[in-house]
Design a protein around this ligand. Structure first.
Ligand code: B16
Ligand code: MG
Length: 216
């Protein structure tokens, strides 16, 4: 029986993939590096600097650490500019209603995201003050598949990993949950991961009797 639920942000609560893609594409076009949607899919749940390393696998030029930091900042400026298009309309009725019902059932609700832009994104979609705790890219040193972001989220809500469910869309996120001792619900590609506890097709399946039935 779970007491807390920890949600990944990008790909679970809202969808920022296309903005990540557009921002990386602008950078890679400038640098003359090949980049496509398939490579973008490999960046799900992966930190900004690790994402850049994946992108630079296609580069013929070796860049210094200083140049890489500058590239990551350049991408993030473009990305933040694109995020200004987001609004409460980018939170689906299904996600909003399911979150509210989980709250009504008495669960503690937290975010566990690799993104350093988590608070900005939550603000734009109208969830700035909704969650009991936020663990994100600003409070971790190791990103998924390391479990740190979820272990911190569990600590922030005062629950042990075995009492929390992690909800993820990325394989790296399911792996992180598994390594941290959490059960997981995997949506999209993450539903196929060998270590996923509950493969789900839609967010509202979290309300099913086998996953989050508890009413406090
Ligand atoms: P930022 P999540 C992840 O968020 C994204 O899936 C991933 O594509 C991105 O590189 C990472 O956040 C870092 O984001 O550049 O905003 O710090 O899926 O863990 O919520
Ligand atoms: Mg994600």
């Amino acid at each position: 029986m779970y007491r807390g639920i920890i949600f990944d942000l990008d790909g679970v609560i809202c969808f920022t993939d296309r903005y990540h893609y557009q921002a990386w594409k602008k950078l890679t076009d400038r640098l003359g590096i090949y980049f496509d949607e398939t490579i973008n899919d490999r960046l799900r749940g992966v930190s900004r600097m690790e994402s850049l390393e994946i992108i630079l696998e296609r580069s013929e030029v070796q860049y210094s650490d200083e140049e890489k930091v500058a590239f990551a900042e350049e991408k993030n400026e473009t990305y933040k500019q694109l995020l200004t298009q987001m609004s409460e309309k980018d939170l689906s009725d299904e996600v909003r209603d399911t979150l509210q019902e989980l709250r009504n059932r008495g669960y503690k609700l937290a975010i566990g995201s690799s993104s350093k832009n988590t608070k900005m994104i939550l603000g734009r979609i109208g969830l700035a003050d909704f969650f009991d705790a936020i663990s994100d890219g600003t409070n971790i040193t190791k990103s998924k598949p390391d479990p740190e972001v979820f272990l911190k989220a569990a600590e922030f809500i005062g629950e042990k990993p075995e009492n929390c469910l992690v909800v993820e869309d990325a394989e790296a996120g399911i792996e992180a949950a598994y390594r941290g001792g959490f059960d997981s619900a995997g949506i999209g590609e993450a539903a196929k991961h060998a270590h996923v506890t509950y493969p789900i097709q839609t967010f509202s399946e979290l309300l099913s009797q086998t996953i989050c039935k508890r009413v406090f």
